[in-house]
Design a protein around this ligand. Structure first.
Ligand code: NAD
Length: 292
């Protein structure tokens, strides 16, 4: 059996190229240029790197990118005020507040303050509710969307009856990816920190999604022969040479020999997250032109 390495970098490039064409069309037909405003509070270096990448890729596909940088001591009231202004600004189609926020700011109050129609992260309760209900029009969280695109790239569009096991139940990854796979007619199991016999649960998976945040957590003997493995984890570990290395939640090299296909870290789910953010921004802008 040949194992496939699912190339998220390539899939993300293909998606961005497609979006770039749609951006040109939207501009020429409706004179709308999609715009994304990213708000970042504080000095977290990793968050600044993420935002820089988002800004760069937004501009590269011809969208307008705005960045609002606020200091660490910004008050919640000030931030909510900024969001209200962005909500009321017709030239802004997508709003993203980079997480995590400083501890004195209530994350859920901030997420709730973003207009659901501009909530390109898809974290607003209105969007998660629409996803849960299977309603159209939800802006769906980016990483879960990316996971499903990569699964379909390997298994094709019909996932009916496949058993998907998701490890992790966060609102950002685990729960929405479970909802999306349920919509694809998978039989879905959500496993988490209190799940008993986790290896046995995982062994039943045709599709195994790991979103845990523990380096090399999923072992080869947890994986069914031929399974499709999607590794969402991004963990920084120290190598023997004293360098920082990014690894996923799956013991990649050991699992590679067992599974049918696997996403690497880096270069798997990560690049798809930003590409899907751009997809959501385009969708939000299209709504302004009353386009599906
Ligand atoms: P989280 O901490 O919010 O959730 C982790 C989940 O793992 C929890 O639901 C918990 O129940 C489960 N868990 C923890 N320990 C467990 C155990 N021993 N056994 C079984 N389940 C266990 O994390 P998150 O925000 O969902 O992110 C998960 C990982 O995905 C992190 O490494 C994060 O960096 C990464 N991530 C990557 C991207 C991307 O673009 N690739 C995006 C978001 C998150």
């Amino acid at each position: 059996m040949i194992t496939m390495n699912i190339d998220g970098k390539l899939a993300a490039k293909i998606l961005r190229d497609k979006l770039a064409i749609e951006v040109v069309e939207l501009k020429s037909r409706y004179n709308i240029k999609p715009s994304l405003t990213v708000v970042i509070v504080g000095d977290d270096p990793a968050s600044h790197v993420y935002v820089k990448n988002k800004v760069k890729q937004t501009q590269e596909i011809g969208m307008i990118s705005n960045e609002i940088k606020l200091s660490e001591d910004t008050t919640q009231e000030y931030l909510l005020n900024q969001l209200e202004q962005l909500n009321n600004d017709d030239s802004v189609h997508g709003i993203l507040v980079q997480l995590p926020l400083p501890k004195h700011i209530d994350e859920s109050a901030v997420i709730s303050a973003i207009s659901p129609d501009k909530d390109v992260d898809g974290f607003h309760a209105m969007n998660s509710g629409r996803l849960f209900n299977g309603e159209s029009g939800a802006l769906v969280p980016c990483t879960p969307q990316g996971c499903v695109i990569l699964v379909k790239q390997h298994l094709g569009n019909d996932l009916s009856g496949k058993h998907a096991v998701i490890i992790g139940r966060s609102n950002i990854v685990g729960k929405p990816v479970a909802m999306l796979l349920l919509q694809e007619n998978c039989t879905v199991t959500i496993a988490h920190s209190r799940t008993k016999n986790l290896p046995e649960v995982c062994q039943q998976a045709d599709i195994l999604v790991a979103a845990v945040g523990i380096a090399d957590f999923v072992k080869a003997d947890w994986v069914k022969e031929g399974a499709t493995v999607i590794d969402v984890g991004i963990n920084r570990i120290l190598t023997d040479e004293g360098k920082i290395k990014l690894v996923g939640d799956v013991d990649y090299h050991a699992v590679f020999d067992k599974c049918g296909a696997i996403t690497p870290v880096p270069g798997g789910v990560g690049p798809m997250t930003i590409a899907c953010l751009l997809k959501n921004t385009l969708a939000a802008a299209k709504r302004c032109a009353h386009q599906p």
